[in-house]
Design a protein around this ligand. Sequence first.
Ligand code: ATP
Ligand code: MG
Length: 330
Amino acid sequence: MKRVVSGVKPTGDLTLGNYLGAMKRWGEMSADPELECFLFVPNLHALTVRPDPEELRRNSRAAVAWLLAAGADHEHTYLFMQSQVPAHSELTWILNNYATVGELNRMTQFKDKSQKLGAEGQLVGLYDYPVMMAADVLLYDADEVPVGEDQKQHVELTRDIATRFNNVHGETFKIPKPTVQTEGARIMDLQDPTRKMSKSDADLSGCILLEDDEKVIRKKIMRAVTDSGSQVAAAADKPAVTNLLVIMSVLSGKPIDELEQKYAGRGYGDFKEDLAELVVRTLKPLQRTYTQLMKPGNDQIDKALEHGWWRASELANAKLGQVKELLGLM
Ligand code: ATP
Ligand code: MG
């Protein structure tokens, strides 16, 4: 059976970008009986934003609820909290010695997220994040890591770290493949289409949150910035409209050129109204499940986590033991 590993950080309320770029596909993969899916909540990675502890606890549970709502609820799918499998932290420390400062300096996400902070404000945890991500993946002999476009560079680093380790110590880690879908892999902010939609952004006015109610979703889409002209068309000089078309295309399963034809000569208003309707209709059933799961007294989240923790620990501890043996740590 092939193994798939991926995760979503509990750094805030999940966004439509998380859903379209990653979670929708995880739900589909979870239903595939040929795949063993390890979908975890990287709560240790979330410490890079120094979250309020209660908020972190809530966001972590919420992430599990969204994963279940997105369809990751099959027997051979394992949901777990990263902090509950200590092997992630241990392997990170070991792999720190198989990654270089030069490599980490080239990670664009670190540059993007830390640019404004200056050397005294930049946290080592954020800098080292890609090494922990390598540990997250390599512990499970993952074949595939389905992620959004922004995470591709980290998976490539994971491959380099694994290859380097294997070259020194013999075949230990499977070399994973990053799989980025062709459409929806990078959903942009609705107020600033040059920026990726991100849940940890200070300004969330251009982000559709999975928790947003119908009214808020409609308002955010109707207020989304559009480009000059009035044509509903995807083009390099129309990043805002292109982004909206991508969202509609992924949600409806219709190719972009078909949508362009449909809205030819109709202006932005009609198009935005239809898009809002589609987003609302897609999220409603997910929101219903999510609300049920988060109700006090519902133990489905805990049950899913226990099921996942058991299998994840089994594999992770075995891999960590093998690595320690090779390094003379055991
Ligand atoms: P943060 O701001 O804390 O980094 P995020 O919104 O980028 O939050 P992550 O937890 O880092 O979310 O990523 C979870 C998954 O969602 C990853 O596979 C990532 O590639 C994907 N993803 C994140 N943002 C987008 C987006 N705007 N479009 C498509 N995929 C995305
Ligand atoms: Mg991110």
